[in-house]
Every structure is written in structure tokens, then in C-alpha cells.
Design a protein around this ligand. Structure first.
Ligand code: OOG
Ligand code: NI
Length: 457
């Protein structure tokens, strides 16, 4: 991909995120409150310092789709915005056949420019119990959530046409339509109710005529402070922050949310007229991002999380017992950058310490350990750009009012077959997040090696 194209998609993504965030502030005023709280907390945190450049507009969103065609068109749209599917998430522990990927920029410079990501979940309709499948299919196959002009623009771009100014403006306007909330449902109240009682998420995915954004999440520098502020402002905050406990060296992702809102909606009644009802799905979330873990680090994280959960047992979420269990379990995860590096638990970006080349004195090879201990290279953790399936499930669950009788609950086929079926729907491979972090680290090492004139590090 050329520099120029990369710049274009960065500009498009940036404009799109601003427009989407504005739209969502109007749709969900509490999101606006949350953005204000985050801004105040982060400003207080850095004092007179400067926020990292990419931080100001950093957001992630989430959508839920009903058909393979929808997922495929979403992939095409996000490709134009410089966002590609990374990571496979199996969400079937929700008791529903759901799987997901995250669309995000992959190049370092694109991430730096605007790291917008969208978690996109697909309902695997074929795997639904047959009592509900027919209804779901009937409703889904009657809708088209994409404005025709948008699909035409995507086809033109894919054929190599360039985006002129008006095209870009139209593209962003049309893309917003895909994610806009509609309080009027084309579905009948009876249909809505039967889907809702099978599982509220089915009703949310199927009954509304868009891929409505269900939350938009700003990133904060201090999630504990934001959580405390949310409670102070009377927002219905989740009891516990998902992810690892607070640490010196932040890793992966910590997230919290406020509960979904009950919103006024309208469905068709028996005589075809609209009747007022309510629907609960959209919520607000915040996140704090830490370092990307290596596979080894991730295994340790997963083991400690399982250990904590086992110790917690039935203790309520957020209770002192459960917080202690978390803290004790995670004491097993090293908490200094040098130890995390020595044990190969985190990915790092290496840079040359200016003026340190003298140490080299014509050498052709030097180990990484020596280069670091002799002060030739310094390192900083690479930021985790992805999601955590357990947190995703926690967030999902905390926003579902389950009056569902669990009849749709059963186990679903998972594993490599499921991932390749999502790739087939997308029409492209899902990138592996570990590979991406590893090559970022490798590139930084190679750059240093070349400048130092070493054959090998
Ligand atoms: C997706 C939840 C996943 C996160 O931050 O982990 C997510 C959903 O509720 O549709 O956004
Ligand atoms: Ni989220």
C-alpha cells in the first residue's frame, strides 16, 4: 500500500470518528457526560503536561450483525477507513452462537494517526435452535442496512478509483447511516417479544434497521479515578473493573461501563400502527490500555485469571473478598518493566540511546541483554490494541436483562472451523494479533541493528 493511500484512509477514519462521536453524543447524552469525566480526569492526571497525540480522539465502538452479507459489507467499508479484521473471538459462552473480530488499523503510523477500532459480532443464525431460526431469518433477510450509494462507492474504490472531496463527504455521511440508532422498528411487537424471550441479544441484533453502535468507548489514563467519578456523578457504574487489577505496569486492557439505558422504541401492533415499548441495549464504557503480552505472557494472564475466579467462587463481583482474590492471584505476574522484559512476557519497542554507539567499538554482534544493560538500547512497552474475550463477555452480560429462560442455551461448534467460517464470510484472513506485535518489536530491533552496523542482535 502506498504512503498516499495510507494518508487518505487515515484522514477518512479521523473524520469518520469525529462524526460518529458527535452523532453518539446526541443519541446518548450520558456518553457525553462520560467523555467530559474522562477529559477532566486525564487532564488532572497529567497536570501541566501534554496528552499523548493519539489520545484525544481514541475510541472503540461495538456493533452486532445478523448476516454474513452484513459482515462482508462492513469489512469492505472499514477497509476503506484503514481498518482490518484482527483477532478471532468466540463468544459462545454467552449461551448464543456468536463470534467476533475487531476491525482496526495495523500499521504503526496508522495507529498513531488514529487507532479507532470496532468490535464486530456476528450472530450465527444457522446455529440457532430451530424454534427461533425461521423468525430470525425472515426478519433479517428483509432488511438492508447499507445505503445503495455507499455500496456503489465501495465498489468504485475497490476498482481503483480515487476518492474526490465530495465522494469522501458522501462516504462518511452514508457510513454514519449504517451505525445510526433507529427507535422505530419494522418488526412487530409480537416478533420482538418472542426473540427477546429467546435471548435479548437476538432481539437487539435482529429487530432494528441498522448496525447501531451499542457503545463508544473513550480511553483514559486512569480508569480507577474515572470509575470513582462515575459513581460520584450517580451514573449506574458496573460493580467491578474488568481485566487485570491496578498495577505499576499496566498490561492489556481494563474496562468498566455504565449499565444499558432503557429507551423508548416503537413496534408495529396487530393493526399495523406503531405502539410504544422499551428496549435496553446501549451503554457507555471506558477503558485504560496497557502493554501487549506475548503468547507466554497471555498464558500466564489467563492462568492467573482462572485461579482468581476459582478462589472467588460465589463471592459477589466487586466485593472485598473478590478484590483480594484478584490481587493475590495477580501477585504472580511480574510488575517491573525489566522483569517483564527479562521473562519475555511483554512486547517492547526498542530505540537507540543517543550517543551510545561508542560502546560498540567495531563489534559485529551483541546480545540484546548486553545492549540493554550497557545502555545502548532503551525500550518501552507496545500498547495492546485489541480486546479481551472474557471482558467482552463480562461487558455483554452486564448489559443484558436476562428474563430469558435459557432455552436457547446449548454448546456450539468452536475452534479452527468456526474461525475459518468467519474468514469465509469476511472474504479475507483474520490477522493474528500476536504476529502483529511481534513484527512491530522485530522491526524496532532491526532498525537499531542497522544504525549500529551490527550483523545480528
Ligand atoms: C461487544 C462487547 C465487546 C469490549 O469492549 O470488550 C466490547 C458488545 O457488547 O457488542 O466492546
Ligand atoms: Ni467495548
Amino acid at each position: 500500500k502506498t504512503e498516499r493511500e495510507c494518508w487518505d484512509s487515515n484522514a477518512l477514519r479521523n473524520n469518520f470518528v469525529v462524526a460518529l462521536s458527535d452523532m453518539y453524543q446526541e443519541e446518548v447524552p450520558l456518553y457525553s457526560t462520560l467523555v467530559d469525566i474522562v477529559r477532566q480526569v486525564d487532564q488532572a492526571k497529567i497536570g501541566s503536561g501534554q496528552l499523548p497525540r493519539r489520545h484525544e480522539l481514541e475510541r472503540h465502538g461495538a456493533i452486532r450483525l445478523g448476516t454474513g452479507r452484513e459482515m462482508n459489507c462492513i469489512r469492505r467499508l472499514f477497509a476503506v477507513l484503514g481498518m482490518h479484521p484482527v483477532g478471532y473471538y468466540d463468544l459462545s459462552v454467552m449461551g448464543l452462537p456468536l463470534h467476533a473480530t475487531a476491525f482496526r488499523p495495523i500499521d504503526e503510523s496508522c495507529l498513531e494517526s488514529n487507532p479507532f477500532r470496532v468490535f464486530a459480532t456476528l450472530l450465527r443464525v444457522d446455529e440457532l435452535p430451530f424454534e427461533i431460526r425461521d423468525l430470525v431469518e425472515t426478519v433479517l433477510y428483509q432488511r438492508d442496512i447499507f445505503p445503495p450509494r455507499l455500496l456503489q462507492t465501495l465498489t468504485r474504490l475497490e476498482a481503483g478509483e480515487r476518492l474526490l472531496d465530495q465522494d469522501a463527504i458522501d462516504l462518511i455521511a452514508d457510513a454514519l447511516e449504517v451505525f445510526r440508532w433507529h427507535s422505530r422498528s419494522p418488526t412487530s411487537l409480537v416478533q420482538y417479544k418472542s426473540m427477546h424471550s429467546a435471548h435479548p441479544i437476538i432481539a437487539d441484533i435482529v429487530c432494528f434497521p441498522s448496525a447501531h453502535i451499542n457503545h463508544l468507548t473513550p480511553r483514559t489514563l486512569d480508569i480507577d479515578m474515572v470509575q470513582a467519578e462515575m459513581i460520584k456523578h450517580g451514573l449506574p457504574a458496573k460493580a467491578r473493573i474488568e481485566g487485570p487489577p491496578r498495577r505499576n505496569c499496566p498490561i492489556l486492557l481494563r474496562q468498566t461501563s455504565f449499565q444499558a439505558l432503557q429507551e423508548d422504541v416503537e413496534f408495529r401492533g396487530p393493526d399495523g400502527a406503531f405502539i410504544p415499548y422499551t428496549h435496553t441495549a446501549r451503554f457507555g464504557e471506558i477503558e485504560q490500555r496497557g502493554a501487549a503480552l506475548t503468547r507466554k505472557g497471555r498464558r500466564l494472564y489467563d492462568d492467573l485469571l482462572a485461579l482468581a475466579r476459582q478462589r472467588i467462587g460465589d463471592a459477589p463481583e466487586g466485593s472485598p473478598e473478590s478484590e483480594t482474590a484478584f490481587a493475590e492471584a495477580f501477585a504472580g505476574f511480574p510488575d517491573t518493566w525489566s522483569e517483564l522484559r527479562a521473562q519475555d512476557l511483554v512486547y517492547f519497542k526498542y530505540t537507540l540511546v543517543p550517543g551510545s554507539e561508542a560502546v560498540m567499538a567495531g563489534r559485529k554482534a551483541m546480545s540484546m541483554a548486553d545492549l540493554v544493560s550497557q545502555g545502548v538500547l532503551s525500550y518501552e512497552p507496545i500498547t495492546y490494541e485489541d480486546f479481551l474475550p472474557f471482558s467482552a463477555v463480562g461487558i455483554f452480560m452486564s448489559n443484558v436483562k436476562t428474563e430469558s429462560n435459557g432455552s436457547s442455551t446449548r454448546t456450539h461448534e468452536t475452534g479452527p472451523g468456526a474461525k475459518s467460517s468467519l474468514e469465509e464470510v469476511l472474504g479475507c484472513r483474520i490477522l493474528d494479533e500476536f504476529d502483529l506485535y511481534r513484527s512491530m518489536q522485530r522491526r524496532s530491533i532491526d532498525d537499531c541493528r542497522r544504525v549500529l552496523g551490527l550483523e545480528q542482535i
